[in-house]
Ligand binder design. Structure first.
Ligand code: AOF
Ligand code: ZN
Length: 349
């Protein structure tokens, strides 16, 4: 297909529109998952904005459909600038590629291709209908915007964040099993902020038996806040029904397996995309050994126990050269924390 020669002005207008579409996609309040965040801007020939749209969560119109509805007849002859390749499938809503063709859109500029096999193929459908398509404008920003969704779809499993809290000697609980106050209040607040970004809390049966955590997202007053992530308890051992994870503050599933691959496959089947792994040491070691930790968040408290439970169980490492050394992407001394806890954010290498 012959592409129009774009003038420098037209190119600049499309780039501005893509920046705006990324901004629209990130509109606060749009629920995270299972759908990606997507934005769309329709441009007239003179570079003026005809309409804007964005996606507002699973089951609601896609960004393109939202923009087309706002534009009405004025969509004819426009250039659609979209952060994700228009979908080609009938899912919870009709296919956007066909809608763009039907509305008479002349050109489509896309940031990133759709990694979702069932939805992909929109660019091809558009080209076959005579619409010009360009893919790749600000692709990195679009991927970053939907970092977790993109990862989950590309790997057909949820992204896994392992969170640990430990003393300077790497202990997560004292010899008597008490672990509540290893990290500071500031660190625990920060943990709740991160929990709220995930859609699943994952722990082993051991943690439920011993620590009896709620695994809910709570505010400063200790009350559960807003949308609660799914609680998943992995392992074969039976648990007493009176454990806190079985209360009605949030849904809970049992994953009766010891294999992290199997557990993640089951969670992906339930449209889970971001697992927050919160313990204990056996489960953490199993995920690390399986290469199924994608991000590590470690809260380190300036305290010593000298005995007690290690943050992670045996990894089969016998010599210093074999140490696991994740890449540190951020180190923060938690602000306003009289206990000076430090948060490391890391990615495995
Ligand atoms: C969205 N919003 O703006 C675009 C999406 O079954 P559905 O209708 O919920 O479709 C979900 C898929 O559609 C999604 O995973 C992605 O591949 C594609 N495009 N999805 O939720 C949008 N453009
Ligand atoms: Zn769509």
């Amino acid at each position: 297909h012959r592409q129009h020669m774009l003038t420098a002005d037209a190119r600049a207008a499309e780039d501005d529109a893509m920046r705006r579409a990324l901004e629209l996609a990130a509109t606060p309040g749009v629920p995270l998952g299972p759908n990606p965040r997507v934005g769309c801007v329709l441009l007239a020939d003179d570079g003026g904005v005809v309409a804007e749209g964005h996606h507002r969560g699973a089951g609601t119109p896609h960004a393109e459909a939202d923009a087309l509805a706002r534009a009405g007849e004025r969509a004819r002859g426009t250039t659609a600038v979209v952060t994700l390749e228009p979908c080609n499938h009938t899912g919870r809503t009709p296919p956007c590629a066909a809608a763009l063709v039907g509305a008479g859109v002349r050109r489509v500029v896309v940031a990133m291709p759709d990694p979702h096999a069932i939805a992909a193929g929109g660019a091809q459908t558009l080209r076959a209908a005579g619409v010009e398509v360009e893919v790749g404008l600000r692709a990195d920003e679009a991927r970053a915007l939907n970092r977790v969704w993109t990862f989950a779809v590309e790997h057909a499993r949820p992204f896994v964040t392992w969170k640990l809290a430990a003393t300077l000697d790497g202990r997560s609980a004292a010899a008597d099993g008490t672990s509540r106050w290893v990290s500071s209040e500031a660190a625990r607040r920060d943990t709740h902020r991160l929990r709220a970004l995930a859609d699943t809390m994952l722990v082993g049966t051991g943690t439920v038996a011993v620590d009896d955590p709620w695994l809910t997202v709570r505010g400063a007053d200790g009350r559960p806040l807003g949308r609660q992530p799914l609680r998943a308890v992995m392992g074969e051992r039976d648990l007493p029904a009176d454990r806190r994870v079985f209360d009605d503050a949030a849904p809970t599933v049992r994953l009766r397996t010891r294999d992290p691959h199997v557990a993640l496959a089951e969670l992906y089947g339930r449209e889970r995309q971001h697992v927050f792994l919160e313990g204990g040491p056996t489960l953490a070691a199993a995920f690390l050994r399986a290469g199924l930790v994608d991000e590590l968040v470690a809260y380190v408290a300036p305290a010593f126990l000298g005995a007690g439970l290690a943050a992670v169980a045996d990894l089969g490492i016998g010599t210093i050269a074999a140490a696991l050394r994740p890449t540190v992407t951020d180190v923060t001394v938690l602000p306003d924390d009289p206990e000076h806890n430090v948060r490391f954010t890391m990615t495995p290498t």
